[in-house]
Design a protein around this ligand. Sequence first.
Ligand code: FAD
Length: 357
Amino acid sequence: MTIDHVVLGAGLMGRLLSLSLARQGARVRLIDAHGPDAAHSAARAAAAMLAPLAESAITELPVVRMGLHGLTRWPQLLQGLPQPVFFQQAGTLILWHRQDHAEAQRFERLIRRTHAALPELAAPRALHGAEWQAMAPDLARRFAQALHLPQEGQLDNRQLLDALLQALQEAGVELHWQQAVGATDEPALRALMGPGVRLIDCRGLGARVAWSQLRGVRGEVLRLYAPEVQLPCPTRLIHPRYPIYIAPKEQGLFVVGATEIESEDLSPTSVRSALELLSACYTVDPGFAEARILEMSTQARPTLPDNLPRLRVLAPDILQINGLYRHGYMISPAVHDAALEWLNTGQSELAQTWGLL
Ligand SMILES: Cc1cc2nc3c(=O)[nH]c(=O)nc-3n(C[C@H](O)[C@H](O)[C@H](O)COP(=O)(O)OP(=O)(O)OC[C@H]3O[C@@H](n4cnc5c(N)ncnc54)[C@H](O)[C@@H]3O)c2cc1C
């Protein structure tokens, strides 16, 4: 088979784009430094929360807009996959302890400001009394009130990566594992291409050699099995150091994260982080005391100096995608649509609108 596209990196962006290109009739070679389980990608470690309004407390409006786009695009993207992927759009709950009330008020002010700027986002709702008790009776016993951001969602990232892998195989994408590509600049990338071939670089943090200012932001995540705990949707606890979330997936699985540390150290989870994450769970629901710790993982989020994502056109036939930071799942449908538009037409209004180019 004569290849016409080479994609570097089979993490989140590499898998999504390779599949769409192959389904459009392109002949795609996808190369990754590691194996098909994506064990060394940020994509595998993530909690895959799709929370544009909650994240607006720490990010810019274009990212929030991309997140909003993602909420409508994910169901369409998932529908075309050969395996089911857990996707839920039941909102995000925000909780706080009495001592963090001032911080909770600050958070609420920030997200109400975002809502005023982007009224197409569903408004945050204060929950208390009978409505709150009906929605989450266990939580209502410990927290007198909460905020609900009704539009937000989440998916199961590992189910997604597996489903994408199967779809790539079925679409005939040429998959090359355990091949680290160290190319730093255009001539080195061109050596991988051949005449008439286009290259898309989605190496995430592995593309540090090609993006001098790319950095990793360490995140630690726990996976717990707690079949007795019931949370209606991803739940964030206002915390003085970082927003801790507990995302209920299927079959008693909870993903708890994430620390946010300016470091590329990928060594195992520290005792301090584990204590903070676990005690946050316990204060949200003491039922977590009997949870089983399935996994503690550490990864780094690929991040540019302004913490914003970028499409970089190195040459008319070379596109580089990076800087998805802590929002990869939330914004990848938007980044995917903009990149595909650029690949198909040589320009992208979507990318201009979202400030990606
Ligand atoms: C702890 C944590 C929690 C997160 N939680 C969320 C969340 O709740 N919601 C959300 O929206 N986002 C979240 N994210 C962010 C999201 O996971 C990332 O933004 C996203 O995975 C970035 O996608 P990517 O394709 O650019 O990089 P990756 O997914 O990291 O993929 C890069 C791929 O490139 C490969 N590669 C690396 N170097 C080379 C090389 N030299 N040659 C070939 N291949 C190479 C890697 O093996 C990997 O498969 C989280 C991230 C972390 C770390």
